[in-house]
Design a protein around this ligand. Sequence first.
Ligand SMILES: C[S@@+](CC[C@H](N)C(=O)[O-])C[C@H]1O[C@@H](n2cnc3c(N)ncnc32)[C@H](O)[C@@H]1O
Length: 210
Amino acid sequence: MNTSWRARWQEGRIGFHLQHPHPALTRYWPELNVAPDTKVLVPLCGKSLDMRWLADVGHPVLGIELAPEAIDQFLAEREVAVARYTQAGFEVSRQGSVELWCGDFFHLHIQQAAEIGAFYDRASLIALPPATRERYAFHLAQLVPPAAKGLLVSLEHVDNGAGPPYSVPAIEIERLFAANFQVTLLERGEPDERGCRESVWTLERRGPRQ
Ligand SMILES: C[S@@+](CC[C@H](N)C(=O)[O-])C[C@H]1O[C@@H](n2cnc3c(N)ncnc32)[C@H](O)[C@@H]1O
């Protein structure tokens, strides 16, 4: 899986990347009422401009991405100094209030996530095969504290199980997260010309850490 994502980045096959912040982020994030200084975890972040938007509204951002190509391209877009260091096996690059950790999201340990108070996920689930999506939902729940809020943007399409991008229907999102999060559907878009439809959710972490 990791190899195929590296190959995509190396070959520029990154059709998922948007040249602007995602409209669901700019529309719905303010409604979450997350305090501006709350650190936001962005799993499987790519070089998403959503991280710039979150930083611009005041959040420290922690993005996790396995492809160094994505991180280099993100950093190169601004002429702002970059500090680099290693933290528990991750190569970390910090530019302004955005920290990018290069490595496998599943290797991020709860102790390294201590300051995280919110999260934003666009297109993580569709990058992962079904069994790994289960693992993802559980791992995210381990990393964020009770009452942490997040916005999740996903995609479903008519497929034969092939991916990525995998189709992740609404019923699966509810099933994946319901045990540990209060899950609310905000919007389910109409299918586009390729038959893809986006869904937008808020998740709020329930109860004590397990
Ligand atoms: C569909 S893209 C979405 C990127 C970004 N969220 C966006 O909206 O543009 C999925 C990203 O996850 C990264 N990725 C896949 N598996 C990963 C893992 N286990 N840990 C960290 N990053 C991963 C890929 O390299 C890719 O950049």
